[in-house]
Design a protein around this ligand. Structure first.
Ligand code: DTR
Ligand code: ZN
Ligand code: ZN
Length: 323
């Protein structure tokens, strides 16, 4: 069911009743027991490669949107709603059931975009999300166009593959994260306890293309953490536990509500150490992202290798954790 926000902003939330939340399983019968990969139990399908060129094309669009709307994509400004409309149009065209959730913060109307992939067991929902808003000082391409574009391209890859995992997939783009996790907190607070209990995990992606990147994995839920760490081990890329982020991005409201969470991060204003530069490359003594919350956070402020690796890790986790 697709709802669009009434043109006239209303001060109260317009929370779409997403029919998919009525519960009940749509999944087909479980395969007969047998060794993994046998005829009785087919091996889990591997996630497709996420073309980093596609992710960067979304970043180019978000940059253009900021440039055409006063230089930013901030909460309550035209650039934010234009960014959301861009993402929503791609998802609607790909067959998603999209819902816009409206809220008010600091006297301005904000919006979350929720996209449900039809199918899967709606009593077990895997979510992946990112905040779509920037700060008012710039386009916010790394923070957080990078996460938003990677989540979008993974959702489009699910559609391209016609992927039908056991669990129900839901993707989200949050408003007003920069004002204090406002959109994601609003979403979680407005879930019924039954619907909150249906969320098996929430994966967060906020700054995953930093120009002087580190490879940080959230150390919240152990199974989610292992999924990401094993993926990077397979790439031969060492990771570190994300220690800067507790409570600092949109996974926090989900964690407070008891939902297992995890995510990836390439660093913000903290300085890369010599030891980190030795294992990851880049420049010691320099911030992971020197343009954090600055006007220079443009499409030039992205490390393509980090964006590519994290986009593929995102897809791997969505495929693996939704079976
Ligand atoms: N709060 C995020 C940036 C940020 C800072 N530390 C972390 C750790 C994990 C994720 C994100 C962040 C922002 O400015 O949007
Ligand atoms: Zn930020
Ligand atoms: Zn951010």
């Amino acid at each position: 069911m697709k709802l669009s926000v009434p043109g006239r902003a209303t001060a109260t939330a317009v929370v779409a009743a997403v029919s998919l939340l009525t519960g009940g399983s749509i999944a087909g019968a479980a395969p007969a027991a047998g060794p993994a990969g046998s005829a009785a139990e087919p091996a889990l399908a591997a996630a497709p490669d996420i073309p980093v060129a596609n992710v960067k094309a979304h970043l180019t669009q978000l940059q253009s949107i900021a440039t055409a709307n006063g230089g930013n994509r901030a909460h309550g400004r035209a650039g934010y709603k234009a960014s959301l409309d861009y993402v929503k149009a791609k998802l609607d065209a790909a067959g998603y059931t999209t819902t816009i959730q409206q809220f008010t913060s600091s006297g301005r109307v904000g919006y979350n975009l929720i996209a449900d992939w039809p199918g899967g067991d709606t009593s077990r929902v895997l979510m992946a999300g990112s905040h779509l808003d920037s700060v008012s000082s710039g386009a916010g391409i790394n923070d957080n166009g990078s996460g938003s574009a990677a989540v979008l391209e993974t959702a489009l890859a699910v559609a391209r593959a016609g992927h039908q995992p056991a669990k129900h997939l839901r993707f989200a783009w949050w408003g007003a994260e920069e004002l204090g996790l406002v959109g994601s907190r609003y979403y979680v607070n407005n879930l019924s306890s039954a619907n909150r209990a249906r969320i098996s995990g929430y994966l967060n992606f906020d700054m995953i293309g930093s120009p002087n990147p580190g490879y940080f994995v959230y150390d919240d839920d152990p199974a989610i953490e292992k999924t990401f760490k094993d993926y990077f081990t397979g790439l031969g890329v060492p990771t570190e536990i994300e220690t800067e982020g507790d409570g600092r991005s949109d996974h926090a409201p989900f964690k407070s509500a008891g939902v297992p969470v995890g995510g990836l991060f390439t660093g913000a204003s903290r300085t890369k150490s010599a030891a980190q530069a030795a294992k990851w490359g880049g420049t010691a003594g320099q911030a992971f992202d020197r343009c954090y919350h600055s006007s220079c956070d443009t499409t030039a402020n992205i490390n393509d290798t980090a964006l590519n690796r994290n986009s593929d890790a995102l897809a791997h986790a969505v495929w693996e954790l939704s079976e």
